[in-house]
Design a protein around this ligand. Structure first.
Ligand code: NAP
Length: 259
């Protein structure tokens, strides 16, 4: 299927590895020009080379911390009129809520709620004026099934989800959509470290913990980053203009509810 987005410009935040990189790669394969970013140069260079080698749209990269105003300024200076915005940031550390203080909560809310809100604030009106826009927020299945050790993440992302639901319908008449994409367990560095932490916290053997974990997933395996990227690219397509304000699970059947 031709997604009809070749030649569009996309900012993909936090994208030298994992889910962000997979989204950038999938968009570039559709002919979208992508601006990728992260805090560390080396992985960013590797990702840039990988995406360029895949062919399609142009890829440019910049070192930018998406949790800071300076990082967001730099991204928008590099790509001032994005047609597509993929919001993403690193996830907060696991732990016990008894140990978290104000600063821990501020950091989690800043990274996993405010950063995305601020990028939306800066990009939305331009998209409306240009009569095309696709905003995807990478959140987590944890907004539907809270992960016990990830209270900071569950809390901050639920806040973003509530905010997005507030604003995501109004711009749809101008061909601008906003959706959240919720990974369950998709095979990235972050996923393996979360499982590692889960095994440690419960005193279980890591291999046994992983096996028990994936037995609860309908697909009985972790998701592939490429599968995640392809879903993101479809949500950014011309064909997806009638999908907005949704929380789309990419979890291989982990979530057990009817809706
Ligand atoms: P990952 O493999 O660890 O990749 C994270 C990427 O984000 C890296 O490129 C990293 O590069 C960049 N990054 C982190 N903090 C950043 C910052 N402040 N500014 C700019 N770039 C930053 O993680 P992932 O699995 O792709 O996860 C992405 C998000 O989805 C996380 O919030 C994670 O919690 C969430 N999530 C993932 C899964 C999953 O199954 N993978 C499930 C649920 C939720 P630098 O370190 O160089 O900045």
């Amino acid at each position: 299927m031709d997604l009809g987005i070749a030649g569009k410009n996309a900012i993909v935040c936090a994208s030298s590895k994992g889910l962000g990189k997979a989204c950038a790669l999938a968009l570039a394969r559709e002919g979208v020009n992508v601006w990728i970013s992260a805090r560390h140069q080396e992985a960013l260079d590797e990702a840039t080379a990988e995406i360029a080698a895949a062919g399609g749209g142009a890829v440019k990269s910049l070192v930018a911390d998406i949790t800071t105003d300076e990082g967001r300024d730099a991204l928008l200076a590099a790509c001032p009129a994005p047609d597509i915005l993929v919001n993403n940031a690193g996830g907060p550390p696991p732990g016990d809520f008894r140990d978290w203080r104000q600063q821990d909560w501020f950091e989690a809310v800043n990274a996993n709620m405010y950063s995305a809100i601020d990028m939306i604030r800066r990009c939305l009106d331009g998209m409306v004026e240009r009569r095309f826009g696709r905003i995807i927020n990478i959140t987590s299945v944890a907004v539907k099934i809270p992960v016990p050790t990830l209270g900071l993440s569950n809390g901050a992302r639920a806040g973003l989800t509530g905010f997005v639901s507030t604003i995501a319908r109004e711009p749809a008449e101008h061909n601008v959509t906003i959706n959240n994409l919720l990974p369950g367990y998709v095979a990235t560095d972050r996923m393996w470290s979360v499982l590692e932490a889960g095994a440690r916290a419960t005193g279980q053997d890591p291999e046994a913990f992983r096996k028990a974990h994936f037995s609860k997933v309908g697909a009985k395996r972790p998701g592939e980053p490429d599968e995640f990227g392809a879903t993101c690219a479809f949500l950014c397509s011309q064909q997806a203009a009638y999908i907005t304000a949704q929380n789309i699970l990419m979890d291989g059947g982990l979530y057990p509810g009817t809706f």
